[in-house]
Design a protein around this ligand. Structure first.
Ligand code: UT7
Length: 327
C-alpha cells in the first residue's frame, strides 16, 4: 500500500487483523403507543375485522411514531442490553423507507441523540433493509470495524392512505435495533443471500410526497417465491438444511405469505416467529421487532441456528443464517 506522502506503508498487521466475524450482542425494539384495530378501520374504509384477520392475520397495529424517535429508543435498549461502551460504536446503519426528512438521512439524528462518535448512513431496501444492514455490518466488521448499530425503523402510517383498503389494513409503525460486534473466528453469519428485481418496482411504491400504492396480488405471488428461494440460497451458502434451523424469523407481511413460504421451506409454524397479529407490517422494523420478541421470550438459545428471510419493495429480498451467540 502507498501512504499519504507516496511512501510504501507496511499495513500487513492491520490487514491480518481484518478477519473478525460478527455476533449480535443486544437487541431492542420500540412501538408507538397508539393502537389502530381492525374495528377502528371499519369506520375508515369498506372492510371488516373478520376479512382483515382472515386474509392477513393482522388484528391491530401501532401508529403515530416518528422514524428517528422509534429508532433512538430501540437503539438505546439494544446498546444497554449489549453491555458495550457506546463510545466504541463505529457505524450506524439505519434502514428506513420513511426518513424524517428527504435530506439529510435519519441515521445522523440517531447518532447525535445517542452521543455516538461514528459514521452513520441510511439504507433503503424497504422490508429487506434491516437484513441488508445486518449483512453489510458483517462486511464492515471483516474490514476491521468495531461495533455496528443496525436499526430498522419505519413510520409507514405517514405514507399510508387509511381510506385505501388494499394497503391501509397492512401497514404500521415500529422499530428494532441490534448491536453487532466483532469476534475472533467466523462469527454468527454462516450464510446470506441478497437480491433485487428492479423491473418489479412498480408493484409497490410511494412517489415523493405521496402515499403507498400496491398491486397486492402481484406482491403476494412474488413474495412467497422469493422468500423461500432466498432462504434456500442462504442455507445453501451456510451449508445447512432446514432441519438444522431452530427458528425462522420471516418478514411480517401477511400470515398467508408466511404460511406459504414456510410450507415451501418445510419448517413448521412452531419454529417460526410471528407477531403481525399485534403489530401489522412495519417494513424495516418488522424483522428486528420479531427478533427482539423471540429473544425476550427466550425462544433463541446460544448455538441455535436462526434463519432470517424477507422481501420488500424494489423488489428486494434478503436472507441470512445466524448461529446465535457464536462468540
Ligand atoms: O412488505 C410487503 C408488503 N405487501 C404485501 O406483503 C402485500 C401482499 N398482498 C397481500 O397481503 C394481499 O394481496 C392483500 C391483503 C393486500 C389483499 O388480499 P387478497 O386475498 O389478495 O385480496 P384480493 O385483492 O384478491 O381481493 C379479494 C376480494 C375482492 O372482492 P371480490 O372481487 O372477490 O368481490 C376484494 O374487493 O376481497 C375484496 N377486498 C376486501 N374486502 C374487505 C380486498 N381488500 C379488502 C378489504 N376488506 N380490506
Amino acid at each position: 500500500m502507498i501512504g499519504a506522502h507516496g511512501h510504501p506503508v507496511d499495513n500487513t498487521a492491520e490487514l491480518e487483523g481484518r478477519m473478525s466475524g460478527m455476533v449480535i450482542r443486544g437487541v431492542g425494539s420500540c412501538l408507538p403507543a397508539q393502537r389502530l384495530t381492525n374495528v377502528d378501520l371499519e369506520s375508515m374504509m369498506d372492510t371488516t375485522d373478520d376479512w382483515i384477520a382472515d386474509r392477513t392475520g393482522i388484528r391491530e397495529r401501532r401508529i403515530g411514531g416518528s422514524t428517528s424517535d422509534m429508532a433512538i429508543e430501540a437503539s438505546r435498549i439494544a446498546i444497554e442490553r449489549s453491555g458495550i461502551d457506546p463510545a466504541t460504536i463505529e457505524l450506524v446503519v439505519l434502514s428506513t423507507t420513511t426518513p424524517d426528512q428527504q435530506v439529510p438521512a435519519t441515521a445522523p439524528t440517531v447518532q447525535a441523540a445517542l452521543g455516538l462518535n461514528c459514521g452513520a448512513i441510511d439504507v433503503n431496501a424497504a422490508c429487506s433493509g434491516f437484513t441488508y444492514g445486518l449483512i453489510a455490518s458483517a462486511g464492515m466488521i471483516a474490514l476491521g470495524s468495531g461495533p455496528v448499530l443496525v436499526v430498522g425503523s419505519d413510520a409507514l402510517s405517514r405514507i399510508t392512505d387509511y381510506h385505501d383498503r388494499g394497503t391501509g389494513i397492512l401497514f404500521a409503525d415500529g422499530a428494532g435495533a441490534a448491536i453487532v460486534t466483532p469476534v475472533d473466528g467466523p462469527g454468527s453469519l454462516l450464510g446470506w443471500d441478497l437480491g433485487t428485481d428492479g423491473s418489479a418496482r412498480g408493484i409497490l411504491y410511494a412517489d415523493i410526497g405521496s402515499v403507498l400504492k400496491m398491486d397486492g396480488k402481484e406482491v403476494f405471488r412474488r413474495a412467497v417465491r422469493v422468500m423461500a428461494s432466498s432462504a434456500e440460497n442462504a442455507m445453501q451458502r451456510a451449508g445447512v438444511t432446514i432441519d438444522d434451523i431452530s427458528l425462522c424469523i420471516p418478514h411480517q407481511a401477511n400470515i398467508r405469505i408466511i404460511d406459504a413460504a414456510i410450507q415451501r421451506l418445510g419448517i413448521p409454524m412452531e419454529r417460526t416467529v410471528t407477531n403481525l397479529e399485534r403489530v401489522g407490517n412495519t417494513s424495516s422494523g418488522s424483522i428486528p421487532l420479531a427478533l427482539d420478541e423471540a429473544v425476550q421470550a427466550s425462544r433463541i438459545a446460544d448455538g441455535d441456528l436462526v434463519l432470517v428471510c424477507g422481501f420488500g419493495a424494489g423488489m428486494t429480498w434478503a436472507s441470512c443464517v445466524l448461529r446465535w451467540g457464536a462468540a
